[in-house]
Write a protein that binds this ligand. Sequence first.
Ligand code: TYC
Length: 121
Amino acid sequence: MKTYMHTDVHLIATMMAGPSGDENDTDVITETKPKTKRPPLYKVMLLNDDYTPMEFVVHVLERFFGLNHAQAFEIMLTVHKKGLAVVGVFSHEIAETKVAQVMDYARRHQHPLQCTMEKEE
Ligand code: TYC
């Protein structure tokens, strides 16, 4: 189980030289500031191929990515024309699940459709 809590430690040192002539007092104050960091996000991408039917890709986008038919058709066409497209951005665990679901569904239907994930910059 990963956590994304980071802590910065700032050190503040003050040399005290009072009128007493005491030059040796040293106060050291340590402040810790908890810093929350958002977990990394992952792009899930669909890759083009020459064999998977367009209607199957549209169905996959509706079924696993919650897109309506028009959105799904548009993204399918982008993949078809450009070679690939980002179909969603998720946490590592959700992205892995989406990729596995799509790959398994395509395999069961004997289509070579490929789905991959990549860490967002
Ligand atoms: N290029 C495929 C065809 O012409 C359609 C297709 C689109 C396949 C998107 C994969 O991710 C894909 N039948």
